[in-house]
Design a protein around this ligand. Structure first.
Ligand SMILES: Nc1nc2c(c(=O)[nH]1)N[C@H]1C(S)=C(S)[C@@H](COP(=O)(O)O)O[C@H]1N2
Ligand SMILES: [Mo]
Length: 443
């Protein structure tokens, strides 16, 4: 192992003592809910910095600028890698249904390889799939000429398109909300941007005829509910007609030139990128053109919904005061180097990653090595196509040895920035687009 890839070793005993001394941790019931408190962002007094530095085993040169209450990124969870057929290095958060995320440093490729694409299953994937006999049915109140297509029919009848499309689960980042939100405790890895090949959804819908009163497109997949009850759908969501008709909304049969992996929706899936990935139906069997907002499973609040106005953390919110999440917020990820490395402080350190902003473009990405006090620009590439993430790269130079964090902050074309702290608490823990932070030991 080269010196620069040595992980920072952490004295966990020290950190646990730190927590037990945390003067703000008076609400024991709250703190008790954390299985492992050091995996979360918490709130510590500046006086604890000395203890933090000693647990890290190194000084924190920019300690004076470190926001009070921040837990060093070096203490992020170190989960064991997983074993899912066809996947490599994913961390399993749940095994029934399967939910697995990709560590940030394994998302460094421009185009996310199949074995690195996260998995978010709400139910149990179908068995014994035969792509030759698979059919996709199109119907619904606002469909003029309902039809059924095999995958071969789709390929023969409509123009084939390949687009790099970014999918992020609406709950990515959920693990940082306080009080905790129920659901998979995603850290940063429920995102990816593979190359999908298929046909435009709008070509298929126009072929079948969309009447003027069409409002929404809903999907149904072949996966089954975890209860085993065949009457129930695991999930059946969709998008407003305008989003369905965008040229980047596709029905895909291939991911990176290969069959879509089983857990990512083999043999056919919908891809409507830039929105919560829950709108992109996997194991796609049926599309319905609705004359109302689709009312399938997980379409109503609090699923994939957030409060219309900001609320106090922990509030109960009536469904009428919530709205369905549409375009996702601006966000970025540091994919190189890996958090926890040590680096020779006399050398520049290359830093790179991706940034994305829902339906919008990213206009700039900045880096900070002093806890957000000052920001450095990065070189930002344009997207391969609309709704693909954008590569950014730069370098930093540390003034002296010690513990640093590199923070990345993206700004979208409307001037909206990622926040440095966890944004608006909401009951299900959606839309956490706080800056990604990596830990570096400059030696
Ligand atoms: N049929 C079906 N489609 C689905 C799901 C599902 O459970 N069943 N999960 C949704 C959710 S919540 C997300 S985040 C994405 C995840 O896509 P991936 O597993 O390919 O990463 O698929 C969406 N499409
Ligand atoms: Mo999701």
């Amino acid at each position: 192992m080269s010196k620069s890839s040595q992980p920072v070793s952490i004295n966990r005993t020290g950190i646990n003592q730190l927590y037990s001394k945390n003067p703000l941790a008076t609400d024991v019931s709250l703190w008790d809910r954390y299985s492992d408190p050091i995996t979360r962002r918490g709130f510590l007094k500046k006086g604890s910095l000395m203890a933090m530095a000693s647990a890290l085993g190194m000084s924190i040169p920019f300690a004076a600028r470190m926001p009070a209450g921040l837990i060093p990124a070096a203490f992020a969870a170190e989960n064991a890698p997983s074993k899912i057929t066809g996947k490599d290095g994913l961390v399993i958060l749940n095994d029934r249904p399967v939910n697995a995320e990709t560590p940030a440093h394994l998302l460094d490729d421009d185009i996310t390889p199949n074995q690195r694409m996260f998995i978010r299953n709400n139910g149990i994937p179908p068995l014994n799939i035969d792509p030759e006999t698979w059919t996709l049915e199109i119907s619904g109140e606002s469909c003029l000429r309902p039809a059924s297509f095999s995958i071969a029919d789709l390929r023969a009848r409509f123009e084939e398109v390949s687009l790099q499309l970014q999918l992020e689960c609406g709950g990515n980042g959920r693990s940082e909300f306080v009080p905790a939100a129920s659901g998979n405790q995603w850290t940063t890895g429920a995102v990816g941007c593979p190359l999908f090949t298929g046909v435009r959804l709008r070509d298929v819908l126009n072929y079948c005829g969309v009447s003027e009163d069409a409002v929404y497109l809903g999907y149904y997949g072949a996966d089954t509910h975890t209860s085993g009850n065949p009457e129930l759908d695991s999930i059946s969501r969709g998008v407003p007609i305008a989003k369905a008709m965008e040229r980047e909304s596709i029905i895909a049969w291939a991911m990176n030139g290969e069959d879509i992996p089983l857990h990512n929706g083999f043999p056919l899936r919908l891809v409507c990128a830039g929105w919560p990935a829950s709108v992109s139906g996997k194991w796609l069997k049926h599309l319905v053109v609705r004359d109302r907002i689709h009312d399938g499973e997980k379409m109503s609040a609090p699923s994939y919904s957030v409060p219309i106005v900001p609320v106090a953390p922990g509030s109960r919110i009536p469904g009428d005061d919530m709205r369905i999440i549409e375009s996702m917020p601006v966000k970025s990820l540091v994919t190189f180097p890996r958090s926890g490395i040590s680096h020779d402080f006399r050398q520049r350190m290359t830093v790179r990653g991706h940034a994305w902003a829902g339906d919008n473009q990213v206009s700039a990405v900045f880096l900070s090595i002093d806890f957000g006090a000052t920001w450095l620009p990065t070189a930002l590439a344009t997207a391969a196509n609309r709704l693909a993430w954008q590569r950014w790269e730069s370098w930093v130079q540390f003034p002296e040895t010690g513990y640093y964090e590199v923070w990345a902050r993206a700004v979208d074309e409307r001037g909206v920035s990622q926040p440095m702290v966890v944004p608006g608490w909401n009951p299900r823990g959606y839309l956490n687009n706080a800056c990604h932070r990596i830990a570096v030991q400059a030696v």
